[in-house]
Design a binder for this molecule. Sequence first.
Ligand code: JFZ
Length: 591
Amino acid sequence: MQIRMKSSLICYGLLGALFCPALMAQEGDSWTYSKETPEQHAAKMEWWNAARFGMFVHWGVYSVTGGEYKGEMPTNSAEWMMNKARIPIADYKTENVDKFNPTSFDAKSFVLLAKEAGMKYIVITAKHHDGFAMFHSKAGPYNVVDATPFKRDIMMELAVACREEGIRFGFYYSQCQDWHHPGGLGNNWDDTIERVSFDEYVREKAVPEARQLLTEYGPIAIFWWDTPRDMSQEAFDSLHSVTDLQPGIITNDRLGEEYAGDHKTFERQIPRKAPVGVDWEVCMPISASWGYKKSDTDFKSIETLIRNLVDIASKGGNYLLNVSPTGDGTLLPQSTERLQAIGRWMKVNGESIYETTASPFGDLEWGRCTKKEFARGSTLYLHVFDWPADGKLFVPGLKNKVEQAYLMDNWNAVETQQTEDGVIVSLPAEAPDEIASVVVVKVHGPLEVAKVLPAPGKDGALVLLADMAYIHNNEGSEQASVREGRRGGPSYISRWSDEAAWVEWSFKTDQPGQYEVFAEFSTEENSGFNIGLSGNFQPVGVQATGGRRDYTEKMLCIITIDKAGEYTLQIKPEAGQWNPLSLRNVTLRKK
Ligand code: JFZ
C-alpha cells in the first residue's frame, strides 16, 4: 500500500509524527509511505496488470425498483436513488429492503459469464452508500441475510463461485458515506436520525464489516474504497490497516484524500495519453447507470466496448466494466449479449490483451497497439480499427527487423516491407474483424521505435495540434490539459489559467526559411505570452476573441529556421499579461 502526500506538513497531520521516519523522499516535495519494497509491490501487481479486464458489479436493494421510488425516477445513477429522492430510512426499508428477493440469482452462472467475457476479476458492491450490507454482516442486522426475504449471503456465494472458477474476487466498500448508520456521512434528509460521531460509525460498522469481509470470505484480491472524505487520523489508520489482513491485496486510491493506494482510478473516461509511472484502471458502466435503472437504455455498443478495452490496454491500463443485476438477480439481455460478444472477440484475440504492455508508438491513424517484450525479441499486436482501403498498413518509426507477421484471426502470414520511415504491412482486402482486427508482428531484438515528429506537408504548412502538445504543468496548480472537442470537434488545450504552465511541440523540417506562425485560439480577454523556437523567445499579444467558444486564427509572429533539423516550439505565458487561452493548434506556414 502506498500513501502519497503533497508535503511533509500534511504527512505529519495525516500519519502522525511517529511514522514520518518511514517516509521516503520523492521528487519535489511529495512523499511515499510504503510497507512494501518496490519489488514486492511490482510482484503483487503482476496478476492485476496481466489481467487487463475485470467486471464491476453494482447491486443492492436499490435494484429492486430499478431506481424508481413511488413512481418517480430521480435523474441519477440508480444506486443514488435513496439520496436523490430523499427517501427516509423507514421507507427505504419497506419499499426496497423488504422486497429484495432475487430468486433467479445463481452465483455460478454469474461468474461463468464474467469468465466467458474474458474478465479475470470481479469487484462487487459489498456495501454501497445506502449502508446496506450485501453479506451476512455481524455489525448489525441491516444486511441481506437478516433483513430481506432472500436470506442468502450473496458475497459468500460469489466468493465460492469465483474461487471454483479461478476468477479473482474483490469488494467495493463505501467507507465514508453511509446513509443508514447514524454516524455515516451523507444522509442530510432523514430527521429521525439520532446522530453519533463519524468515528463511532467507523469503529462500530465500517471497520468490523471490512474486517469480516477480509477474514471470512476466503482470498480477497481487491478492496475498492469509494468517495473519500476528510476523516480523523484514527479513522483513517483503522480502515487502512484492515486490508493488511489479506497479504497481497490490491487497493484503489479512494480511501482518503491524498491516498494513492496501489492503483489510480479513472471514472467513465479513458485518459487520452498513457499515464506514466502508475498502475491504473478505468471503471465504466456498460450503460449510463451503475446500479440497475429501468429507464436506462443507453447501452454502449459492442464496438465501443471492445475498442475501449483495446484503447485502455494500449495505454497500459485495466478496464473494469460495470454491469447491473436487476431485482431478480439476473442481468438484462443487453448486458449478457455484450459480454458474450466481447468474449467471442477475446477468445480469438485475448493474447493481444492479456499480459501486454503499452504501445511504443504515438497516436496511430488506423487503431491501437499493444506489445510483449521478450529476451530476444518483441511482439507487437496491431489492433486495426480502420482497415486500410489500399491494403497498406503503415507502422511509423519501427526500426526492428520483422521476423514474422500474421493475422491473429486465421494465422495467415502477411508480407511486410521495411522502409526508412517504418514498416509497411500488406493486408488482404477484407478485415477479419469489423471492430478490431489484430495483426501480430514479431520483431528481432529490443524494440527500436524512432519518434515520429510532425513535419511540413507538401504545401509547406506544419500543423501542431493540441493533442500533440507536451504540457508542462506546475505541481499543484490547476492543470492545463488537452480536452476532446465537443461532438467530435477538434481537441483543444484548456484550463490554462496558471501562468507557470506552458506547452511545447517538437517537430522537424527539411525546408529551412521563414515561417509565419498562426494559432487557432479563443480567449475572453486580451492575453500576452512568449513564443520560442528552441529557446529564442519573442513576445506576442492577442486580443479577446469574444468568448471561450469564439475561435479565430491569427498570425502571431515570424520565425526563421536556418537549417533542416529537429526543433521545439514553446509557448510560455507572460507574467502579468496572461489570460487563459483555449488553443486548438499552432500552424507554421512557409513564406
Ligand atoms: C462513486 C459512487 O458515488 C457511485 O455511485 C459509483 O459507485 C461510482 C463507481 O463511484 O461515484 C464517483 C466517485 C468518484 C468520482 C465520480 C463519481 N470522481 O472522482 O470523479
